[in-house]
Design a protein around this ligand. Structure first.
Ligand code: PEP
Length: 255
């Protein structure tokens, strides 16, 4: 039985004062929820604050990206080891907003996935198709190519490392992120099952264990139905993670 995981992605939101209030509400709202795992991925400058406030609670924290480079002359970048230095459990890797706005590719995202594993983090690797790709019947082709990039870039050995570090996959249809449009539970389940099948073809044990979470306008009104699907192991939540009551309802739906 896979334990569900709900991760808030704060994106580029927050301030020291706002975060303090939000984290205090999250701790109060989630402390009695024992049957799922919870995390927030915060902007990098606030990792120190997240670590200070969340240490010892049932809410883990993480970054929203990790450089594919270990260290060096990469102005503006943050390495996976730096995230680990601040006690991060997770790093979101290959989010579609980074693919679109920061020109990340399958190959750079796969390299960041490897760098996160090497630093001892649990990468949350995002895959998903655009609306045009879905309408052209290319959802499975696109998702498969995003997954295969990991194998091609890092080799099959990475699968066992990834499993040991409980790597997470996130199916995030690009057309559902931040748009208010959610994939129906059946649409999401179909892609989650496809992802699990792709992994099962390489290693059935890994496929049975890996958590595949759904992201794309998850909200209190749809979380329960999404999380009830057999291959959906939780959610990656953007907008609603900034509202402590919405996030609480979503987390409750995972328990
Ligand atoms: C996300 O940031 O990964 C996301 C799914 O955002 P939203 O919940 O706002 O669609």
């Amino acid at each position: 039985m896979r334990r569900k995981l709900v991760v808030g992605n704060w994106k580029m939101h927050g301030s020291l004062a706002q975060n303090k209030a939000l984290i205090a509400s999250l701790i109060a709202n989630l402390h009695d929820l024992k049957n799922a795992d919870f995390a927030v991925c915060v902007p990098h400058p606030y990792l120190f604050q997240a670590q200070a406030l969340l240490q010892g609670t049932n809410i883990a924290w993480g970054g929203q990206h990790a450089s594919r480079f270990e260290e060096g002359a990469y102005t503006g970048s943050v390495s996976a080891r730096m995230l680990a230095d601040f006690g991060c459990t997770y790093a979101i890797i290959g989010h579609s907003e980074r693919r679109v706005f920061m020109h990340e590719t399958n190959i750079t995202a796969a390299s960041s996935f490897g760098a996160a594993l090497k630093a001892g983090l649990t990468p949350i690797f995002c895959v998903g198709e655009t609306l045009e790709e879905r309408n052209a019947g290319l959802t499975e082709t696109v998702v498969e190519s995003q997954l295969i990039a990991i194998l091609n870039t890092l080799g099959t050995q990475v699968i066992s490392e990834a499993v040991q570090q409980r790597a997470v996959l996130a199916y995030e249809p690009v057309w559902a992120i931040g748009t208010g449009k959610t994939a129906t539970p059946e649409q999401a389940q179909a892609v989650h099952a496809f992802i699990r099948k792709q992994i099962a073809e390489r290693d059935a044990g890994v496929a049975a264990r890996v958590r595949i979470i759904y992201g794309g306008s998850v909200k209190p009104s749809n979380a329960s139905q999404l999380f009830a699907m057999p291959d959906i192991d939780g959610g990656l939540v953007g907008r609603c993670s900034l509202d402590p009551n919405d996030f609480k309802e979503i987390c409750r739906a995972a328990c």
